[in-house]
Design a protein around this ligand. Structure first.
Ligand SMILES: *Cc1c(COP(=O)(O)O)cnc(C)c1O
Length: 502
């Protein structure tokens, strides 16, 4: 902070736009013309920022701003307009806004994949949001039994509901389904063998690969059958004195089609039980209701798996169930007890935050008639096509007007998907907008620029590029205003430079 006190802040047009373009030579600023930090902090406009945000953050950002400006001045690229009182206050305010903006942001998911792992999967129901808010704002009975006045178990908050909904004897919950599988294997199969079909050695999103999960749980994977065909005798022949359990893994993100054979749970359970072994199924998505009743493709439920003879079933909380990230383990009491008592359970236990959301979400299932309305995941998956088409018609005019003449915007029929490894080959008939660059050359670049501009909106809009078009699937756009109101801010195709240099 070597700037002399008498340094003058040049210029008086406070409203002038900041510009990265160097001004003509005679307007260039010398480093010593920059105000000292304390002087800047007392300046009109900046003092108000100190009042609002406190000295610590504003001073830190002001120091960083002055350092950046000094570097530009030394490089002889700093125009006088950048150091007017108004401009400095504005630049500082912009920096503060950026520093205070959360990194985790809402986006509009127009990708066509409803339960999108990269976009946070299931949306929480209102009831869950309200319960989380109410429970997190104060103390609660997370591990306290209000009837006896003694210590309680956090599992008990959802165990009854889970048993009621799935028909299980017992249930426990952990952070996510990967943790559920890991814990079950560690508790029931450490140092022993687990038999799995070669057709079911799944990888979920890179980090979760069944053989690796087995290894980290200390269990030995015994693969049986082939990629496309596994028979009952494959399992029977593999059972030895060192077998801990038989495992089925729901092939949730791919389908083996053609000349195939798998042994389903109902056929496998008697084989396991004849040898005194449990059958464990990792179901992955875990719909708790019959999806076909909602016009959606069939997806196995935990209750069906238990009825078929599975002893433990694991599934996710934030896929088709439509709740928070969670790993649910339901099944026989003796096995659930062993899982619960394993020391790793403490490390993988669910926090009170998703637990509150999970309880409220599960409670919605007690009134199944209301589910399609109250559970956002199901509401979006069952949204009438006419509704989605209406959304496309509501967005199209403003978007077309803004993007003309470089792009055309047309309503289009689309095929979406459920996502998150649920029902991988099924498609959801949907609707949206197809944006195509006009002209034959540079289409790829034009589409990338447009996608980037959509991502740069205050509420970023994410679509997908296919067949030389940017496709916006509007199934998940329930409030078209959220998109329409920011279309005016859309600046694709390098228009930004033109605007700021005018
Ligand atoms: C999604 C999935 C998992 C992982 O579940 P998370 O809740 O994401 O940890 C494991 N197994 C199967 C079969 C899955 O589909």
């Amino acid at each position: 902070m070597a700037a002399p006190k008498e340094s003058v802040v040049h210029g008086s047009q406070a409203s002038q736009h900041p510009s990265d373009t160097p001004d003509p030579d005679h307007e260039l600023v010398q480093p010593q013309q920059l105000p000292a930090l304390d002087r800047l902090l007392r300046q009109h406009g900046v003092a108000a920022l100190v009042q609002e945000h406190g000295h610590t953050l504003v001073a830190a950002e002001a120091r960083a701003l002055l350092a950046a400006l000094r570097a530009q001045a030394l490089a002889r690229t700093l125009g006088a307009a950048r150091i007017t009182a108004g401009s400095l206050a504005q630049q500082l305010e912009d920096r503060l806004r950026q520093r205070l903006a959360p990194a985790l942001r809402r986006v509009l998911n127009l990708t066509g994949t409803v339960i999108h792992t990269n976009l946070g999967r299931a949306l929480l129901p209102e009831a869950a949001l309200a319960h989380v808010r109410a429970m997190m704002a104060g103390p609660n009975n997370l591990e306290y039994d209000l009837a006896s006045g003694g210590r309680g178990d956090r599992d008990s908050i959802v165990e009854g509901l889970l048993c009621e909904l799935t028909g299980a004897e017992a249930a426990t919950v952990v952070n996510n389904n990967a943790a559920a599988v890991l814990l079950v294997l560690a508790a029931l199969a450490r140092g022993r063998q687990v038999i799995v079909s070669r057709g079911e050695l799944v990888e979920i999103g890179g980090a979760f690969r069944m053989p690796d999960v087995m290894a980290s749980a200390g269990a030995r994977l015994v693969e049986v059958g082939t990629t496309n065909r596994t028979h009952p005798h494959d399992y029977e022949h593999a059972i030895t004195g060192r077998t801990a359990l038989l495992m089925k893994v729901h092939t949730s993100n791919y389908a083996v089609q053609g000349f195939t054979r798998a042994v389903d749970e109902a056929a496998l359970a008697p084989i396991a039980h004849a040898h005194g072994l449990p059958l464990v199924t990792d179901l992955g998505s875990g719909a708790l209701i019959d999806m076909t009743a909602h016009g959606l493709p069939a997806e196995p439920t935990p209750q069906q798996m238990l009825q078929a003879g599975c002893d433990l079933v694991t599934f996710s909380g934030d896929k088709l169930l439509g709740g928070p990230q969670a790993g649910l383990i339901v099944g026989r009491k003796a096995l659930v007890d062993r899982v619960r008592k394993h020391p790793m359970k403490r490390a993988l236990r669910m926090s009170k935050l998703p637990l509150a959301a999970l309880e409220a979400t599960l409670r919605l299932y007690l009134r199944p008639e209301r589910l399609a309305r109250e559970l956002p995941t199901l509401r979006l998956l069952t949204r009438p096509l006419a509704d989605i088409e209406a959304a496309a018609r509501a967005v199209q005019p403003a978007l077309a007007a803004t993007l003309a003449p470089r792009y055309t915007v047309e309503p289009v029929a689309l095929q979406g998907q459920i996502g998150s490894g649920s029902l991988p080959v099924e498609r959801l008939p949907s609707a949206g907008l197809a944006i195509a660059p006009v002209g034959k050359t540079g289409r790829g670049r034009a589409l990338e620029q447009l996608a980037a501009a959509l991502r740069a909106l205050p509420l970023p809009v994410l679509g997908r590029i296919a067949d030389d078009r940017l496709l916006l699937d509007l199934r998940c756009l329930e409030h078209t205003d959220e998109f329409v109101n920011q279309i005016g801010l859309l600046r694709p195709t390098g228009e930004r430079q033109q605007l700021s240099s005018k």
